[in-house]
Design a binder for this molecule. Structure first.
Ligand code: HEM
Length: 521
């Protein structure tokens, strides 16, 4: 017992160092353990959520379109912010640094698109391009678009169509209404659709108008914000609401028209005389797709393009091209009508450049420094896709220090980024084309403060095509006409409110009075 007591008794000289040693060892071990199990970064901050709705009410119950509301929220929650819309986790990024993370650093992991029911029905199981998930099929179609259908060479081959429609039909239509009030947006939409239709399908035909009307209705359903898209686990919802039936009816209508157009093309191609006559003409987009289908290598591992694939790609290009360019010209005309100084300056440049020719053509349009600055400034303030097309993460990743879990929908608020004073100065909200003069910032997806066409692997595939229409259309409006606001409307009173949709449009029609001008005089 005495022995035991002696053994248990505390001896300061030997035990204190021993205790200290043990304590330090435990501390080191716990630290090491903690380090080996680094906790994942937190989810991005975001506003409070309601059960079932998540943050839907914060977007829906406001008079502001989503990109504006999201900018206000980002000011409070930061440039990487989470929102729960229905069942789906969304992350919205609103700074050039975070956009770089999404479009460059994690481009491959974020190169897919989320499921959208309307796209699945309209585009034959998402086999077009814009809504197609990332993978071999998308890579193949993207390559066809970039190398064949929308390459610079191909876009150049449609130059005669653009000049015919924009320098001819459009100018004649405006001239016929000279000195009266016209809905310029409607005329621009009409003219750019004629360009797209002829480039895609070769000729304007009886059913063009019906096809346009169907495509127009389609675009409303493709936002990805329908109840069926936000609550995908409730599978019967689209049946119950009649949404699926509506989409299927639209798809059938478009399919019938497309089938007719393809059959016409095939018949012409089968007819030797027609074919040799057509060989001299320029191939339209459908011809190129049919050529590729015919030329498919039987030994290739890839399955041949089906008629449905061709219809899906053609409809999507039609959709992507039909509203975008005309909406951009409409915003340009709106901004310059509010800024008479800019109107005079850009008009003077266009008229000076083309006076010798007596008409506008495509040659030399790229050298119009001021007009190109005006176009960029409008794309900065009024990007067609203010939130780009959403991406979907394929695996967990970190953006701006926050965790973005796999299968999150990621949106880039390029509208907010384009108006951020940290990139654009204190007058970021002001329309000031001079800021783009002698400035190397471009819209090719490399300058993350200016992303009107997006960036990374999913950057717009039709930049050259779209810009060719914007430049030629605008130059013609400025060359042939002076423009006035109707009645007693003052420039500063021109309504500039926006309507959110697949493309960001004006909420009210742009009504202007064209005054015919003879630039040669
Ligand atoms: C001024 C005109 C245009 C603007 C501002 C514009 C803008 C955009 C934007 C913002 C995107 C989404 C990019 C992203 O998610 O990062 C996009 C995608 C796309 N655009 Fe355009 N666009 C225009 C004209 C056109 C035209 C004329 C065509 C073809 C006829 C076209 C074809 C496409 C295609 C195919 C995609 C999807 C690319 C993919 O997902 O791989 N665009 N566009």
């Amino acid at each position: 017992m005495e022995q035991l007591q002696k053994h248990l008794s505390f001896s300061p000289s030997t035990d204190i160092p021993l205790l200290l040693l043990t304590f330090t060892a435990i501390l080191l071990a716990t630290n090491l353990l903690r380090k080996s199990k680094i906790p994942p970064p937190p989810l991005p901050p975001g506003p409070w959520k309601l059960p079932i709705l998540g943050n839907l009410h914060q977007l829906a119950l406001t008079p502001f379109p989503p990109h504006r509301r999201l900018r206000d929220m980002a000011e409070k929650y930061g440039p990487v912010m989470q929102l729960q819309l229905g069942e789906l986790l969304h992350v919205v990024v609103s700074s050039p640094e975070a956009a770089r993370d999404v479009l460059r650093t994690h481009d491959a992991v974020l190169a897919s698109r989320p499921f959208v029911l309307a796209a699945d029905i309209f585009f034959y199981g998402r086999t077009g391009i814009s809504f197609t998930p990332y993978g071999d099929y998308w890579r193949r179609v993207r390559k066809i678009c970039v190398m064949e259908l929308l390459s610079d060479r191909r876009v150049l081959s449609y130059r005669a169509v653009r000049e015919d429609e924009l320098c001819g039909s459009m100018v004649r239509r405006v001239a016929a209404a000279a000195a009266t009030t016209v809905d310029l947006g409607e005329i621009l939409y009409w003219a750019s659709n004629r360009v797209i239709t002829r480039s895609a399908f070769g000729a304007l035909r009886e059913n063009t108008e019906s096809f346009l009307a169907v495509v127009n209705s389609m675009s409303d359903a493709l936002s990805g914000l329908s109840v069926s898209d936000l609550y995908p686990s409730i599978r019967f919802l689209p049946w119950l609401t009649g949404f699926r039936a509506k989409l299927t009816a639209l798809h059938r209508e478009a399919d019938l028209i497309l089938e007719e157009i393809i059959n016409e093309h095939k018949a012409r191609r089968g007819n030797h005389d027609d074919r040799s006559a057509a060989a001299a003409a320029v191939d339209d987009i459908l011809d190129v797709l049919l050529d590729l289908q015919e030329a498919e290598d039987c030994n290739s591992l890839e399955s041949p393009l089906t008629n449905d694939n061709i219809k899906a790609v053609a409809t999507e290009l039609f959709l992507a091209g039909s509203g975008t360019a005309s909406v951009t010209i409409e915003w340009i005309m709106s901004e310059i009508m509010r800024n008479p100084r800019v109107l005079r300056k850009v008009q003077e440049e266009v008229r000076r450049t083309f006076r010798g020719k007596g008409k506008v053509d495509e040659q030399g349009l790229d050298d119009l420094k001021y007009m190109n600055a005006v176009i960029k400034e409008v794309l900065r303030l009024h990007p067609d896709g203010p939130l780009l097309a959403p991406r979907e993460s394929q695996e967990d990743l970190v953006v701006g220090g926050y965790l973005v879990p796999a299968r999150t929908k990621v949106m880039v608020n390029v509208w907010a980024i384009g108006r951020d004073s940290r990139s654009w100065g204190a007058d970021a909200e002001k329309f000031d084309p001079e800021r783009f003069l002698d400035c190397s910032v471009d819209y090719k997806g490399r300058d993350f403060q200016f992303l009107p066409f997006g960036g990374g692997r999913r950057i717009c595939a039709g930049i050259s095509f779209g810009m060719a229409i914007v430049k030629l259309g605008l130059a013609n409006l400025l060359y042939h006409f002076d423009w006035e606001l109707p009645g007693k409307t003052k420039p500063e009173d021109l309504d500039m409110t926006e309507r959110f949709g697949l493309t960001l449009r004006r909420n009210s029609p742009l009504c202007l009075v064209p005054i015919a001008f003879n630039p040669a005089s």
